[in-house]
Design a protein around this ligand. Structure first.
Ligand SMILES: [Zn+2]
Ligand SMILES: [Zn+2]
Length: 380
């Protein structure tokens, strides 16, 4: 990365400067410096403690999401330490008192509370979620992403205190605002109940979290996965049964296997977190009549697959497709992690730490899967 110094001190900023990793175009990262802003009323300025490399950061940095995700500050998973509270901020969004020095986790998008979907109570669908995300660095409040020394939490962006149990593992808490919150919301939307059989397609970050949550909710869990190392992890994260795709190579064989594990019925709930378009048409066939299916893995439009809609109608399959969550789920997710931090090996998943100046390597090594999950530590 080429470090470049930025503009002078603008209005509403302090004398202190901070750095961000700025994406200029596909695979073109720059470390840029900017004065740290003062928070508006209701906002919070914080120093990043740790921020993780997520699959979507890699896709964005490679330019796969195209415009407007080609000119922006990278990063969305983080925990940060409050440095400056805007006027009127005395608590986090759960009502816990906060002060400078506290470790908090922000939701990565905003909840405006004034758009059409917010007005329907569908906060996970807020139409203004990303209004801050793709702004140029010169635009207030500058620290739009978490790959930086500082971060700006907007007045309509929820944040929650990191529980004590997680203070020594900030990289685990940082991941809560993405994978874990998402799968908890998805499984709750699908009405997961004690005794349900839950089949999870894909044992990456989302899949492992889904297995752990379903397991803690009293479900019987089945993981479908092809990679040996991920199958082993699935077991550590609570999978009761494994379906190895290298053994059960066809869709028909996997349907048979899931039926055999569910007294011939099919699973009550299916979770697609493989991120493969074909997994969707397979997944709805793994369910019992009246089963519920949660689609969260295929997040980018543009793939055509063969699909038979008659299957979901004939079998009365309820489909929930979700890309964000109601922001209070982050508080639940942090609580879940605090309770189960000794039950599941979350820390094993975050296996590499990089300096902010080395963000390029962190992204490269994550893309090539040389590391499972990388963290950036900007203020060591
Ligand atoms: Zn993420
Ligand atoms: Zn809204």
């Amino acid at each position: 990365m080429d470090p470049t110094n930025e503009v002078g001190v603008a209005e509403g900023t302090s004398d202190e400067t901070g750095q961000v990793v700025y994406l200029h175009g596909p695979d073109d990262l720059e470390l840029r410096e900017h004065p740290v802003p003062e928070p508006e009323p209701g906002a919070v300025v914080a120093e990043i403690e740790t921020t993780n490399v997520c699959g979507s950061d890699i896709h964005i940095a490679e330019g796969r999401l195209g415009d407007p995700f080609l000119d922006m500050v990278l990063g969305h998973e983080a925990v940060c330490r409050i440095t400056d509270l805007g006027e009127g901020v005395t608590t986090d969004n759960a009502g816990n008192p906060v002060e400078p020095g506290d470790l908090v986790a922000p939701v990565y998008y905003r909840t405006c509370n004034s758009c059409y979907t917010c007005a329907q109570g569908e906060h996970y669908n807020c139409l203004n979620s990303y209004s801050h995300k793709t702004k140029a660095l010169e635009e207030f409040p500058h620290f739009h992403g978490t790959y930086g020394t500082h971060y700006y939490i907007h007045p309509d962006q929820h944040f929650y205190t990191v529980p004590e149990e997680l203070e020594s593992v900030p990289e685990v808490a940082a991941a809560a605002n993405c994978a874990l919150s998402q799968v908890m919301f998805g499984l709750d939307k699908a009405g997961i109940e004690y005794g349900d059989t839950v089949v999870v397609q894909g044992a990456g970050g989302l899949g492992l979290n889904a297995l752990a949550y379903a397991n803690e909710r009293g479900a019987e869990t089945i993981a479908i996965e092809g990679a040996e190392s991920r199958l082993a992890r699935a077991e550590q994260f609570g999978a009761d049964h494994l379906v190895d795709m290298t053994e059960h190579t066809s869709v028909a064989e996997r349907i048979d296997r899931v039926e055999a594990l569910t007294d011939g019925r099919g699973a009550d709930v299916g979770v697609e977190v493989a991120g493969v378009p074909e997994a969707f048409s397979e997944g709805v066939q793994l369910l019992r009549d009246g089963g519920r299916y949660v689609e969260m893995g295929n997040i980018n439009p543009g793939s055509d697959i063969e699909f038979d809609p008659g299957i979901i109608t004939r079998n009365s399959i309820e489909v929930h497709a979700l890309v964000q969550y109601d922001p209070h789920y982050l508080e639940k997710a942090l609580g879940f992690l605090a309770e189960t931090i000794d039950t599941y090996p979350y820390t094993d998943l975050l296996d590499a730490e990089y300096d902010l100046t080395d963000a390029e390597s962190a992204l490269e090594h994550s893309a090539s899967r040389d590391v499972t999950r990388a963290s950036l530590v900007p203020n060591p």
